[in-house]
Design a protein around this ligand. Structure first.
Ligand code: UD1
Length: 429
């Protein structure tokens, strides 16, 4: 298994181009199942997660072609015919979001058999809201031996879907199914994440009639068929925020391009409160930090436009060396502090109680061997390593490869001393 070694203490200076959003790209890829025409996605990230999903979509009958077009990396997906409406366990378990093929398969063919995604290290992450949404559209759902069997032999019918709390995945799933349902669907308490707006925009280009994007009520007038389209994936706000935090941690000045500062306003506000300088531009944001300690600030994760749970671990890394005590509350996932003990190995002083972490800033971190536990947690260890004295070795970086494209190259180009040590294929435990 690969590892990443970082020698801390280098300031970062330069430009980092941001890629397309992973969390948008994978839902847009699933949307391609809704039509027999070609969906061309530009500004595509090239990540382990998009590769996993490509493999699953091919199994279902899609042709998936990746190339470097005039607008950067693109993927063309075309499913002339669904060859199989079965998404097997071995493919779904690798990435939870693969579960979102259920809705499109059901909408297009009237039936689907999709493996339950199983547990995940950042909490239980059930799919009950996804299934309830599909039932509200008239699907019959049965669970057997770890699989969801869904049927709608006479097609899905528009309906009212009221979520008891905000779920990004369930909102997207409801949208992916409702666009081809007969009649109108109203989704209330919908998630407002920008990736949902991106999915709805793409579906509308394909001929869907979705309105209410960016609000908590989505209205979908079902259509009988969708066609092909070309769509540019929105910038990855989590990658943007992660490099903004990396620059703040290491010190220096980094310009993040090909992105949008409005996607990370809640984070930028907190960074300014902590003492980081931030300048917004048309194509992104510049983050600057001179020497001297930052101030400890409090943070609570919330659905968009609140502070993103996917940036919580990285923000905690920054707070480990701030002046004072920072309280970080996680309200989205119940077990999302696994990075805290790993940051502790680098000398951070963190105590966790339930959904709250108290981070008492220390003068400096010291490099050590650490273990990546999930996608965002692993990058928080890289950020911490940028400022730690000596060498930090992040083990199990396959988590990182799921969501960060050419991370070593992007940080290295700004002066970070970071290298990948390619593993011999052996497991570490
Ligand atoms: C998505 C993102 C993930 C991000 C999260 C919250 C993708 C691929 N992943 O995950 O990076 O951290 O949004 O912004 O887009 N829940 C239920 N029942 C359900 C569905 C969810 O109880 O049927 C719970 C979850 O356990 C969690 C909360 O709802 O506690 C929010 O989860 P959700 O918004 O659905 O996150 P994901 O879509 O899985």
């Amino acid at each position: 298994m690969d590892r990443i070694a970082i020698t801390g203490g280098m300031r970062l200076e330069g430009v980092i181009p941001i890629g397309g959003a992973k969390n948008s790209a994978i839902k847009l890829m699933a949307a391609s199942l809704l039509t027999d025409e070609a969906l061309r996605l530009t500004n595509m990230p090239r990540l382990a997660d998009t590769r996993f999903l490509g493999r699953l979509l091919r199994r279902l009958g899609a042709e998936v072609t990746e190339s470097d077009g005039p607008d950067g990396p693109e993927t063309v997906l075309r499913t002339a015919e669904i060859l199989s409406a079965i998404a097997p366990y071995d493919l779904v378990r690798q990435m939870r979001a693969s579960f979102n093929v259920l809705g499109p398969l059901l909408a297009r063919t009237g039936q689907a058999k999709v493996s339950l995604p199983g547990g995940c290290t950042i909490g239980a992450r059930p799919v009950d809201l996804h299934l309830r949404a599909l039932e509200a559209l008239g699907a019959r759902i049965d669970l057997h031996e770890g699989y969801v069997y869904a049927q709608a032999p006479r097609g899905l019918k528009g309906g009212e879907i009221e979520f008891p709390f905000v779920s990004v995945g369930a909102t997207e799933h409801a949208l992916l199914a409702a666009v081809l349902a007969d009649g109108e669907t109203i989704i209330t308490n919908a998630a407002c994440e920008p990736e949902i707006g991106d999915l709805a925009d793409c579906l509308n280009k394909m001929g869907a009639q979705v309105s209410g994007m960016g609000t908590s009520t989505l209205r979908i007038k079902g259509v009988s068929r969708l066609g092909g389209a070309t769509h540019a994936v929105i910038p990855d706000r989590i990658e943007t925020g992660t490099y903004a935090l990396a620059a703040a941690m290491a010190g220096g000045e980094v310009r993040l391009t090909n992105t949008r500062s409005d996607l990370i306003e809640a984070l930028l506000d907190k960074m300014v409160e902590a003492g980081v300088e931030v300048a917004r531009h048309d194509d992104g944001v510049t983050v600057k930090r001179n020497s001297g300690r930052l101030r400890a600030v409090e943070v609570e994760t919330d659905p968009y436009p609140g502070f993103a749970t996917d940036l919580q671990a990285q923000f905690m890394a920054l707070m480990t060396v701030a002046d004072g005590e920072s309280v970080i509350r996680e309200t989205i996932f119940e077990n999302r502090f696994m990075h805290a003990p790993e940051l502790g190995r680098l000398g951070a002083d963190i105590s966790v109680s339930g959904g709250e972490a108290r981070v008492r800033g220390v003068e400096a971190l010291e490099g050590a061997q650490v273990m990546a536990t999930d996608l965002r947690a692993s990058v928080s260890l890289v950020i911490a390593g940028l400022a730690a004295r000596g060498e930090t070795m992040v083990n199990r970086v396959y988590h990182l490869d799921r969501g960060f494209e050419r991370l070593e190259e992007k940080l290295g180009a700004c002066g970070a001393v970071i290298r990948r040590i390619v593993g011999d294929g052996e497991m570490e435990d």
